[in-house]
Design a protein around this ligand. Structure first.
Ligand SMILES: Nc1ncnc2c1ncn2[C@@H]1O[C@H](COP(=O)(O)OP(=O)(O)OP(=O)(O)O)[C@@H](O)[C@H]1O
Length: 154
């Protein structure tokens, strides 16, 4: 799939507390993706359990929920050609130790838990739109087609 699409991305509490929001946003801007939404927020227990619902039977589930609710996150929606897959490629692997230098987790990730960033799974059909809906109301997102940017090129 390589269509123009939106995807959900989140700088996790470790990334926020280490001051990595700006760098991460820059990487996506430089890549040509467009931000359509952004929210600095604290995730509560209910939202965390819903967001990570697919992992509820895993031994690391409680630790994952504790971590993601431990401090503010920066939730974002980015759009562009094949945006979900592009973001996943730029993030690296789930385990930072397996992530190539130059990827976000390869450059900054510490371990499986503290891996700086979340992005929708491109192999899970519809995960991007489900996660966007979970974190954002439609009126919090910008429709760039409706924004006049002709002045930029005058
Ligand atoms: N074995 C594990 N031990 C501890 N934490 C884990 C483990 N496996 C996954 N996690 C944590 O759970 C998150 C979700 O796992 P998942 O398999 O969906 O990875 P991912 O899709 O790369 O990550 P994310 O969903 O955060 O983008 C991972 O980002 C990681 O922080």
């Amino acid at each position: 799939m390589s269509e123009h699409e939106r995807t959900f991305v989140m700088v996790k509490p470790d990334g926020v507390q280490r001051g990595l929001i700006g760098d991460i946003v820059s990487r996506f801007e430089d890549r040509g993706l467009k931000m359509v939404g952004g929210k600095f927020m604290q995730i509560d227990q209910e939202l965390a359990e819903e967001h990570y619902g697919e992992h509820e039977d895993k031994p690391f589930f409680d630790g994952l929920v504790d971590f993601i609710t431990s401090g503010p996150v920066f939730a974002m929606v980015w759009e562009g050609q094949d945006a979900t897959r592009q973001v996943r490629t730029m993030m690296g692997e789930t385990d930072p130790a397996e992530s190539a230098p130059g990827t976000i987790r390869g450059d900054y990730g510490l371990d499986l838990g503290r891996n700086v960033i979340h992005g929708s799974d491109h192999e899970d059909e519809g995960a991007n739109e489900r996660e966007i809906e979970l974190f954002f109301d439609e009126d919090e997102l910008v429709d760039w087609d409706q924004i006049d940017s002709s002045w930029l090129y005058e």
